[in-house]
Design a protein around this ligand. Structure first.
Ligand code: IMP
Ligand code: MG
Length: 173
């Protein structure tokens, strides 16, 4: 297993997260945010992003793992669920990466059932060409090509999450 070339450096990540934080602060002017981090992948992006948002924020988390049922559906195992009341709140869902979109969509639908006042989504990376379902993503750090990446919270078999930068990951052949 090898860590390939860095795709985004620490400095690039910091700069982009600051931009996203400023945009979100502007968009949520006068509103309180319920920021929900989807663990484990989002832990680094989430902690950087909430520090870059200059608004009143309530923090909560969802720990979930997903497995694909078929090509177009996925099943969610929820290990820890959101504890905050969602009804009437302005929810910002934060995840590390959107790929097919199936897992974020399943989480989104569960949250919508609980009647938030609004629901927006922020992801640091977007593999747009892999999308299987049309799902609105409001804040994207970077679009990336279809390559497997690790670092900044993203894992391969639960490792490499601690890399402070994002790198392409290649299995040695
Ligand atoms: P989706 O349901 O296909 O959008 O899956 C999204 C999830 O797949 C993410 O939250 C990650 O856990 C995982 N994932 C997708 N692409 C990558 C990658 O390049 N590196 C690490 N994890 C990934
Ligand atoms: Mg994930």
């Amino acid at each position: 297993m090898v860590i390939g070339r860095p795709l985004f450096t620490v400095a690039q990540i910091r700069e982009r997260v600051t931009e996203l934080g400023n945009k979100i602060s502007y968009d949520y002017s006068g509103r309180e945010i319920l920021a929900i981090g989807i663990l484990k992948g989002a832990f680094m992006f989430y902690s950087d992003l909430v520090r870059a948002i200059g608004r009143r924020i309530t923090t909560d988390f969802l720990v979930a793992s997903s497995y694909k049922d078929t090509e177009s559906t996925c099943n969610l195992d929820i290990h820890y669920n959101i504890r905050e009341d969602i009804k009437g709140r302005h929810v910002l869902l934060v995840d590390d990466i959107i790929d097919t979109g199936l897992s974020l969509n399943a989480i989104r639908e569960k949250i919508l059932e609980r009647e938030p006042a609004s629901l927006k989504m922020a992801v640091f990376l977007d593999k747009k060409e892999r999308r299987k379902i049309d799902i609105p993503v409001d804040y994207v750090g970077y679009e990336i090509p279809n390559e497997f990446v690790v670092g900044y919270g993203l894992d391969y078999e639960n490792q490499f999450r601690n890399l402070p930068y994002i790198a392409v990951f290649k299995k040695k052949t």
